[in-house]
Design a protein around this ligand. Sequence first.
Ligand code: TQI
Ligand code: CA
Ligand code: ZN
Ligand code: ZN
Length: 172
Amino acid sequence: LYSYFPGGPRWPRSKRSLRYAIAQTAATPIDRATLSRVFARAFARWSAATTLNFTEAASEEDADITIGFYAGDHGDGEAFDGPLGTLAHAFSPTDGRFHLDAAEAWVAAGDVSRASSPVAVDLESVAVHEIGHLLGLGHSSEPGAIMYPTITSRTRKVDLASDDVVGIQSLY
Ligand code: TQI
Ligand code: CA
Ligand code: ZN
Ligand code: ZN
């Protein structure tokens, strides 16, 4: 079963078009065009299930959601920890911050199960999960759900389960 953050925070009804920006932060081996494509696909999974829509903004000042890669302590009290452990974190509505650990062996294209690194992590899978948090979903007790709080390295999991869909549709 899905859950929400305490108090059920969500984006206001007046705001069904959300804008996200990919910040220029710590270096990742993934090029900018690939990042745009991967995050667009991850947002599309949630817009397909709701009346929300998402567009990439050119600048952070113009965005509701900001996405960035950071290493170690990056000033929000939730330091990243190197490969594996914490991969990413996102804040509840309407904060909009979505941070990824720059130290992960992110895979943005191709088959993560065939990646050369034993600690490879599929970027789109993590993005779909974190966008659930950005929109107000907590964790699910359903192992097949995107919002289930476990992911194995070298696996891809990007399709919303009916549990995720029912959860997001009762919020929006
Ligand atoms: N990051 C945790 C997560 O996103 C951070 C976190 C823990 C959190 N408790 C939270 C965020 C409560 C919001 C609300 O769950 S993580 C997974 C999963 C992580 C974990 O790096 O551990 C995924 C990132 F669900 F598989 F465990 C992505 Cl998909
Ligand atoms: Ca980490
Ligand atoms: Zn952070
Ligand atoms: Zn989570």
